[in-house]
Write a protein that binds this ligand. Structure first.
Ligand SMILES: *[C@@H]1O[C@H](CO)[C@@H](O)[C@H](O)[C@H]1NC(C)=O
Ligand SMILES: *[C@@H]1O[C@H](CO)[C@@H](O)[C@H](O)[C@H]1NC(C)=O
Ligand SMILES: *[C@@H]1O[C@H](CO)[C@@H](O)[C@H](O)[C@H]1NC(C)=O
Length: 220
């Protein structure tokens, strides 16, 4: 039992180390690996514990309800429903996730980063102004207006956004190249961190008066 535990621990640490080193999802080592939390009922280790393949059912690979519009009555007027491995254990080790994004008229999915995924987005309804900014030193802004049926790709790790410039609701679906893409919303992470970043740091970094930094930190 102790031997098995040590072995499992080693495998887990190795998996962790290799995923840190490559910063990508590991490629699949078997057909699938439905995630379970309880290691007693698990057989393989690959990121998360896997359900015994013999015990998997179609429901492990199924998730209903993405047709239902989400509420967009919030400050930014958008709502992202991210289906990652925590919501959908069947995604474990498969290197993929999905999002439904609802936009109110003039709603914004604010500038953000997915640290571990490239995103490919299809517009189902409405008109979106989208864009991303390339890394230093160019910081080139690449932007486009998308209509129904249009597809756009946001490369991994770059700041991007979508803004509904139409007078109707908009809807888009995105696929992301990680089971756990992660999200860093720039404004929230910068001005709403916990605990707050020293205002002197933000004042200098953003070339702002400290009163403006204090104001922004209160907002977030
Ligand atoms: C595993 O635990 C996490 C965190 O407590 C929870 O969000 C998730 O739904 C659980 N997954 C399963 C398959 O039970
Ligand atoms: C997104 O929509 C769901 C369902 O309508 C709602 O429960 C949730 O609070 C909304 N999230 C935001 C950030 O508005
Ligand atoms: C960002 O901060 C605003 C203001 O506090 C909050 O309403 C919003 O939910 C936050 N967004 C995210 C993605 O955490």
């Amino acid at each position: 039992m102790t031997k098995l535990f040590t072995c499992l621990l080693t495998v887990t640490l190795l998996a962790l180390a290799s995923s840190l080193a490559s910063a990508h999802d590991p490629s699949s080592l078997q057909d699938f690996c439905v995630a379970v939390n309880n290691s007693n009922s698990a057989v393989f280790v690959n990121g998360k514990f896997c359900k015994d393949p013999k015990l998997t059912t179609a429901d492990d690979f199924f998730l209903p309800g993405l047709d239902v519009p989400r509420s967009t009555s919030n400050q930014v007027g958008s709502n992202v429903t991210l289906i990652d491995v925590d919501k959908f254990p069947g995604l474990n080790t498969l290197g993929i996730a999905l999002a439904r994004v609802d936009y109110a008229p003039y709603g914004l999915n604010p500038p953000h980063i997915h640290p571990r995924a490239t995103e490919i987005q299809t517009v189902i309804e409405g008109t979106l102004l989208v864009g991303f900014v390339t890394s230093n030193p160019d910081n080139r802004f690449i932007t486009k207006v998308l209509n129904k049926g249009d597809v756009f790709v946001f490369p991994m790790g770059l700041i991007h956004f979508q803004f509904n410039i139409g007078e109707t609701n908009a809807l888009a679906f995105s696929s992301l190249s990680s089971q756990n893409p992660g999200v860093i919303t720039i404004a929230n992470a910068t001005f709403g961190s916990n605990p707050p970043i020293n205002p002197d740091v933000l004042a200098k970094a953003f070339q702002l008066d400290k009163s403006v930094v204090n104001y922004l930190q209160q907002k977030f």
